[in-house]
Ligand binder design. Structure first.
Ligand SMILES: Cc1cc2nc3c(=O)[nH]c(=O)nc-3n(C[C@H](O)[C@H](O)[C@H](O)COP(=O)(O)OP(=O)(O)OC[C@H]3O[C@@H](n4cnc5c(N)ncnc54)[C@H](O)[C@@H]3O)c2cc1C
Length: 585
């Protein structure tokens, strides 16, 4: 093998590429820039060069956009990040590549990125994917580790307020309004509020629950999380190493409560956000908060971060004959406890996660349950199949490297890798899937076989991580009915097209929730809802719509998703709000 074609060591190849890249950027040489990228390549920027979250595809478009962005942001100092996972050979979305984490700076900030190199036909290493992310704004760094606050303001001051006094005053908001109001104190709200607090932005988080963590406490009795603990950390405070692989709901609820206190978050519980109006002239919202004692408080924050999860507006199916039923009808959001239904007959409409979980809970409590399937559903065993996408987090790199690597996969490659993972899960779960089909359960595997992850990212549901209900359906312990076989609802239950009547005392509508769009319309009115447009899902874009980014409505932001998404993207959400407060964007 001659020296020109001998494969380079990953570090050398990555360092060489970064040097050429820096040269192309410094010389404003877009032709050289284009020549560094594979034809079929992607550049994803999280704020560092564009103050946007965006993905650009193809060498020509990348050179054009990146070249223009670089002229504004003046990036320089590209070098391998010495304290991060070393450059190495990896396989991503079925392609072998060299993967390297690098650092750089711009005129306004410092950043980190991930480069993936693949050889072209001549053996020259070209960028297949490039990620550039902003870590911090110069002069506004987080006060962490060595630069942690000294505490001198209230330490051992026998005359002044102590830490607790200062915290109580800060959270009371008697004489001021916050710059940011975060609505919702689930993982999305907590992550956002913690990040904003670290950036010294005055932030109040409100939740209508009586205690932080009630969003988990009030879920079904047997709930333990679906993903393993090491994927689910909140920012700054990882779960203890002693914790079980799957966290039980009340343990998590307790952690949420202590997280809010330990991260010094200002929060009001028992407080509902009832809506707001935006004043273009002052750049402030007028919002109404209803406190637990029935009083209201009007506030004027500059920003509202909606972190309300799926707990918005229940989606009630339009089934006129349901009014004929004389028993109890509940939406899944109002279902609490199977104990009340011991010895009774229940019909659960819907085969997503809630439908299966409620059916299993009712069954465990001695009710006779039938689940009704309206649409085909994806079924994945919670272990090992549902854990496959998180394999990286088991491979050894520290959490922040895993998060960066996860962020660096552009949407088209994420799709490809989820098609592969779905195939793998399907093989692992073959026996269960066959058995379900034998009893008439209709399965699917997502659009183009992209699986549950893309169902989540596009529809927010349509799948079930099997924790035992599928076996109950296979054995007939939980009955199965197809919605298409139902003629209509009658006083005593359901009349089938066959003429048979299935009796019920309870009908649970596990039919999901209306999207965030409907909530925005309810809380902010038609005009703002129309200007913001669809929230979540992709449309024709390569990024989630209106999520974690500036929306068309100034001062209105959205955060949602898994623990990992909230942990990762809360950082960029907070950096954008900080930049907006500083007048940088
Ligand atoms: C069985 C099960 C297991 C799961 N396991 C995992 C897992 O392992 N990993 C994972 O990432 N996800 C998991 N999930 C998904 C997870 O539940 C959701 O992703 C999560 O709840 C979303 O968090 P959130 O902060 O966006 O919203 P939520 O948890 O729904 O929190 C929203 C909060 O907003 C509040 N709120 C809403 N409207 C208002 C208002 N107008 N005023 C004031 N407060 C308001 C609500 O009271 C609520 O507390 C699991 C779900 C289930 C059911």
């Amino acid at each position: 093998m001659n020296i020109l074609t001998r494969p380079q060591a990953p570090a050398t190849a990555a360092q060489d590429w970064l040097e050429q890249f820096e040269r192309a950027v410094a010389r404003r040489d877009d032709a050289l820039l284009a020549s560094l990228f594979a034809a079929d390549s992607y550049w994803r920027d999280l704020l560092a060069l564009t103050w946007r979250i965006q993905t650009i595809a193809g060498a020509t478009a990348i050179a054009r956009e990146l070249g223009a962005a670089a002229r504004r942001a003046s990036p320089r100092g590209f070098a391998l990040a010495p304290d991060r996972t070393a450059p190495r050979h990896v396989t991503r979305a079925g392609i072998d590549a060299i993967e390297a984490i690098f650092r750089f700076e711009t005129a306004q900030g410092r950043g980190t990125g991930v480069l993936r190199l693949v050889p072209d036909a001549d053996g020259a290493m070209k960028a297949w994917t490039l990620l550039t992310t902003l870590d911090e704004i110069k002069g506004h760094e987080e006060r962490l580790g060595q630069s942690r606050p000294s505490g001198s303001a209230y330490a051992r001051d026998f005359h002044g307020p102590n830490w607790l006094d200062a915290r109580t005053t800060a959270a009371a908001y008697t004489d001021r309004d916050p710059a940011v109001l975060v609505v919702g104190a689930g993982q999305a709200g907590l992550s956002a509020a913690a990040r904003l607090g670290q950036l010294q932005i005055d932030t109040l988080m409100v939740d209508r629950g009586a205690r932080i963590g009630d969003n988990w406490r009030n879920r079904y009795h047997a709930l333990v999380l679906h993903n393993q603990v090491h994927v689910n950390h909140l920012p700054y405070m990882p779960f203890p190493a002693t914790w079980p692989a799957y966290i039980p709901k009340d343990k998590l609820a307790g952690w949420f409560e202590s997280y809010a206190d330990n991260m010094e978050l200002n929060y009001w519980t028992g407080t509902g956000f009832e809506g707001g109006r935006y004043d273009q002239t002052t750049g402030r919202w007028s919002v109404t908060l209803r406190r637990g004692d029935g009083t209201t408080r009007e506030m004027h924050p500059r920003h509202i971060v909606m972190a309300t999860g799926a707990s918005g507006i229940p989606n009630l199916p339009d089934i006129p004959s349901l009014n004929n039923f004389t028993g109890t009808v509940l939406h899944a959001s109002r279902y609490q406890d199977g104990e009340a239904w011991r010895g009774k007959r229940a019909i659960v409409l819907g085969t997503g996660t809630s439908g299966h979980d409620i059916a299993q809970d009712l069954h465990a409590n001695g009710a006779a349950v039938t689940i009704v399937q309206r649409r085909s559903t994806m079924i994945v065993n919670v272990e090992p199949s549902a854990q496959l996408p998180y394999a990286l987090y088991d491979e050894g790199p520290p959490l922040e490297d895993c998060d960066l690597i996860t962020t660096s996969i552009p949407l088209p490659l994420a799709r490809k890798s989820h098609i592969m993972l779905t195939e793998q899960a399907r093989k692992l779960d073959q026996d269960l899937l066959d058995a379900l089909e034998r009893v008439g359960f209709r399965l699917d595997f997502g659009d183009d076989g992209t699986g549950w992850q893309f169902k989540y990212l596009t529809r927010g549901g349509g799948y079930y991580f099997n924790v035992g209900c599928s076996e109950l359906i296979v054995t007939g312990e939980v009955g199965l009915m197809q919605f298409a076989d139902i003629d209509g609802f009658v006083a005593e239950g359901v009349r089938m097209r066959s003429g048979e009547t299935v009796h019920a005392d309870l009908i649970v509508l596990a039919t999901g929730y209306k999207g965030q769009d409907a909530l925005v319309r309810k809380l902010f009115g038609d005009e703002i809802a129309a200007s913001v447009g669809p929230i979540w899902g992709f449309g024709n874009e390569l990024e989630l719509r209106n999520m974690f980014v500036r929306t068309p409505q100034p001062g209105l932001w959205f955060i949602a998703g898994s623990f990992a998404q909230c942990r990762i993207y809360s950082k960029y959400l907070a950096l954008q709000i900080k930049a907006s407060e500083l007048g940088l964007i």
